[in-house]
Design a protein. Structure first.
Ligand code: XIL
Length: 300
């Protein structure tokens, strides 16, 4: 097939991108989006600060714009994200304890409820584990409400939208040998054993100029727990043949594991990227296909 989405579909997978509502008036951007991708994630528009700028006052305009554009083109949408220490509205950053826990449950109920039945998956909880060697939770206002906050978030999301796959999403859980990966693995295993509703693990996969040698092992091992694995925010620094080879490796790793359901790149053109200076995406600033694009297309 001649596009990323159609090629991924040959093995029952999707190929997605992050979309910014502010770029939906850019014809080059929308042209590539409509042609190449079969899944969409809102880059910022469904986050907590965007959807609940004031307590219990919800704004879905930009999230709905992205959802409707994608659905009008026959694409599916991943929701990102219901619970995160980052990009919280100011009022929530200043909360703690039982009132924060209640606000979190209300947020998940209202946002997942608004999109009920319309999303392929939700990143229910984002980046809750600590970097470094502890393998434990990251300190945050949400974590300080009690260690059960993650399972409460997943149960609340399931009740609000029973049709969406519910994912735990994080970065630096790509290498199987990393303590952070092992910590997330233990949580997912525990959730599956106790019946906490979790359907997928998202590997953000923000890479520098190298891919961990045990990346495929990570995908395989999570899959063996009975959850889907999704590569949710892929971008890889570099250019030319080295970048193309790294993109090939990531694509190959996903295709080698049955439970790896799809790949999403975190933006369309290098100039759209949050890491623009590292030129980490598949299209250059003019919208031309890079070597990395051809490498992915050939590997799918
Ligand atoms: C980034 C966006 O790309 C930026 O536009 C924004 O300023 C900050 O957030 N992990 C995530 C994403 O889960 O939500 C982040 O997106 C990138 C890192």
């Amino acid at each position: 097939a001649s596009t990323l989405g159609a090629s991924a579909a040959q093995s029952g997978r999707y190929f997605g991108t992050a979309v910014a509502a502010g770029r939906l008036g850019d014809g080059t951007y929308v042209g590539i989006l409509n042609r190449e991708f079969s899944m969409v994630t809102a880059e910022n528009e469904m986050k907590m600060d965007a959807t609940e700028p004031n307590p219990n006052q919800f704004t879905f305009g930009n999230g709905d714009r992205i959802l409707n554009q994608a659905r009008s083109q026959g694409k599916r949408v991943r929701g990102h994200t219901l619970a995160w220490h980052g990009q919280q509205p100011g009022w929530m950053q200043r909360m703690e304890g039982p009132s924060l826990r209640s606000a979190l449950v209300n947020h998940i109920t209202k946002v997942a409820g608004h999109y009920r039945g319309q999303l392929y998956a939700w990143d229910v909880v984002n980046e809750a584990f600590a970097d470094g060697g502890s393998g434990g939770r990251r300190d945050s206002n949400l974590q300080r409400t009690g260690n059960d906050w993650i399972e409460v978030a997943f149960r609340t999301a399931r009740a609000a939208d029973p049709g969406a796959k519910l994912c735990y999403n994080d970065y630096n859980i790509d290498s199987w040998s990393a303590a952070k990966t092992q910590g997330v693995y233990r949580m997912v295993k525990d959730f599956k054993a106790r019946g906490v509703p979790i359907d997928c693990v998202g590997l953000q996969s923000h890479f520098g100029t190298g891919i961990p040698g045990d990346y495929q092992t990570t995908i395989q091992r999570f899959g063996e727990l009975g959850v889907d694995v999704q590569i949710t925010e892929l971008d890889i620094a570099g250019s030319g043949t080295q970048q193309a080879e790294n993109y090939r490796r990531v694509t190959q790793a996903c295709l080698s594991v049955a439970r790896c359901g799809g790949i999403t790149v975190w933006g369309i053109r290098d100039t759209d990227s949050w890491r623009a200076r590292e030129t980490p995406l598949l299209f250059d600033g003019a919208g031309n296909k890079k070597a990395a694009y051809n490498s992915v297309l050939n590997a799918l």
